[in-house]
Each structure stands twice: as C-alpha cells, then as structure tokens.
Design a protein around this ligand. Sequence first.
Ligand code: SF4
Ligand code: SF4
Length: 369
Amino acid sequence: METSEVYFTSMHTELQDGLLDKFRRLMDAAGIGSIDMQKKFVAIKTHFGELGNLAFLRPNYSKVIADKISQMEGIPFLTDCSTLYVGKRKNAVEHLCTASLNGFNSVSAGCQIIIGDGLKGTNDIEIPFKGDHITTAKIGREIYDSDIMITLNHFKCHELMGFGGAVKNIGMGCASKRGKMELHSSGKPIVKEKRCRGCGRCLDICAHSAITVAEKAAIDHNICAGCGRCIGLCPFDAIAASMDEAAEVICRKVVEYAAAVLAGKPSFHMSVIADVSPFCDCHKENDLPIIPNVGMLASFDPVALDKACVDLSQKQPMIAGSRLYTNSNGIKPDDIFKCTHPDTRWQATFEHAIKMKLGSSRYELIEID
Ligand code: SF4
Ligand code: SF4
C-alpha cells in the first residue's frame, strides 16, 4: 500500500494570524497549486447544513478555496446535491434558500452556487462502475460536468457510517436522489399513506407504470425499477426510500460511488475537524460536540485524509455531557465512533476503499503552522 501525504494544522492561532490564514497556507502547502485550473470548471463540493444545524462549515472556508481557484484562472462553483429525506434541502429551490439562510451566497462563498442534480434531484448521469454492489453510480449532472473537484469536508460522526468525512461527502453527497436511494436501501420506495393526498402527480413520472392511484397512491414492487424519481416529485413527501440497507453495506456502496465520481477527474480534498457533532449536518440539530476542535487537513488522497481525521479524533479527550460521554458512562472508550453509534463499523469504509483503489489508509502526517 502506498503512503499518501496528509497536511495538518491545528486550530491554535497566534495574534493577527487567523484560522483562514492557516487554512490558506495549508491548502498551498498541500499542493493545490499543482493542478492546472486555467479556464476549467472547478466544483467545490461542500454541505450547506440542514436548516437549524449550526455545526456545518461556514462559507468563509469555501471562499478561501474559491478565491484560490479564481487566482489560478479556474471557474469555481460551490455545489451539493438534493437530499433523499424530508427536510429543507430536498429540491434546488429549498436547498438554495437554506444555503442562503445559512450564510452562503456568491459574495460570502466567493463564487456562484449550483445545485448538482437539478430542480427535483433527477438531473443525473449514470457512470458505469464495476463494484461489488453497484454497476452504475447515479451522480448529479452538474458535478459530473465539472473538470476538477475540490472537496470541503466537515469531519464529524455519522449515524450510518460511524464518521463522515471526504469519502462520504463525495460518495453520498454527489449522488442524485435515485443514487441516494440506491445507497440507503436494498429495495423500492414506499408510499406513506397518511401523507398521500391522491393527487396523481406521481403517475406520469414513472416510466414503468408501477404507480397506481385510487384514493391513495400504491407502488407495485414487482414492476418498480427502483429509479427513485417519484421521491423527488411528490409535493407532499408521501413517497420515501425504504432506508433498509445495512450500515456496513452503505459504507461500501458509498466508497464505490466516490470512486466513480473521482474517476478520471483531478481532485483535492480539505477537511476540518471542528464541532464534531454526533450526527451529520443533515440533521437540523447538532448537539454538543463529542471532542474538542482538532484542526484542518488537506490531501490529494481522500482515504488517507479520512484516516488521519479518524486517528487524530480518537486521541482527543471527551467533552463532558456529550452523547459520547453519556454512552461511555464517562470512561473514554478506545473507539469514539463505535461508542457514539454502536451499530456502525467505520472500518468497512477503509477496507473497501483500498479494495476499490480509491486511496490509501497509510499516510504521512505533515504538520504546518
Ligand atoms: S404519492 Fe404524492 S404525488 Fe402521488 S398521489 Fe400521493 S400525494 Fe400525489
Ligand atoms: S422508483 Fe421509479 S420505477 Fe419505482 S415507482 Fe418510483 S418512478 Fe416508478
């Protein structure tokens, strides 16, 4: 296994030298300048935070990256895809409103914002991929069309994968609605009868005529191809993925999606270990962080980057009163992620990432001031 370089800087600052100065130096030291960006579309993949969440990364970080891309004569845009679940980011209109309420606009982020998979999460492309779980990855079209990808990742816990970092931001975050359904479920969508108003709008979207509507809609799972298009279409959130996939299988599918997204595309990855909440930023609440803020990291290898984040986080003391502290009865566990979410096995992400040649879990940590 190859050893990848991961650059790190702590959250400690000196007078007149702020975190964004350190973030800029980190990006430069890790070698972002070696990418030829001239006249190329550069997607900065981030997460705008669910409405109500306050743990997401502020737009100030994105602006540092966007300004650098512009200096290098690239064309940056900030992006994310719509969500599968009911929330305030499930279509492009609500997603842009939420981004705006969370402080993201073309001035604060230093570039335009484009939702990666279109108005209703159906504007995607199928990328062939020979994985153990998938044969194609359904990726937001705008992200696919970008020439270069830079990821800006908030490192925190995740209720299905144990932790969420670069691999999750790429694999899960770039998937369109039907892609996310494939990641989360082994089956077909279901109708939530209490929500369904029998309006019939879902009938036309189904290319397989799997939906019938009497008083309420019904999906014939013998005919349904699992494309997920009806989920984004229902204006009353009455169609949902079954969310029945095992946590470890989700880790492996996310790796395969991430490998498909990055195939043939130059990329560079930055993570911030701060406000390490027990749940991902898709939650409208973020609870106490489980550990103190650690630092910022950058690498060309998203797997090595995630592994360095995991290792640094595992060494931290717990924050009293956090979910981790409560789950462990105040005694520091060997594995903070497993203790926070006992049903997860985060190691599966690294095992599969190595198998899929997404990156290396062996790294050299290079610390800068
Ligand atoms: S599932 Fe949604 S779109 Fe279909 S009939 Fe029910 S409310 Fe209308
Ligand atoms: S998931 Fe696709 S195939 Fe299945 S009912 Fe919905 S639109 Fe039809």
